[in-house]
Design a protein around this ligand. Sequence first.
Ligand code: ZN
Length: 135
Amino acid sequence: MTFPIQKTDAEWKTLLAEKGAEPVAYQVTRHAATERPFTGKYETHWADGSYHCMCCGAKLFDSDTKFDAHCGWPSFSLAIPGAITEITDRSHGMVRVETVCSQCGAHLGHVFPDGPTETGLRYCMNSASLHFTPK
Ligand SMILES: [Zn+2]
């Protein structure tokens, strides 16, 4: 899969460092690592604003779609239309739906069909993949 924004691993590493991303952000966004639960900076963050891709800045979620899933990662019920691309993930002996940024391919997390709101979706995201912008 190719995305509009293409950079080498070295370029992403440099860019993330310049943006002040968390140290784990490179492994999470470019190599689909998962941050440890209950450690991310946005898990219990409830300010009004929007969440953007840490790598390229594309807007991914509005804060009013964020909810507390008690799973240890920031969770959202709805993504900005077109902002996220879904990929079937068969790693770790499970079939899950991986979510990546539609602009740069950054790994964000997974989406599950067990959300508590009317959308029925639970976007389970890594804080390290996100950048919050206050309203
Ligand atoms: Zn992106």
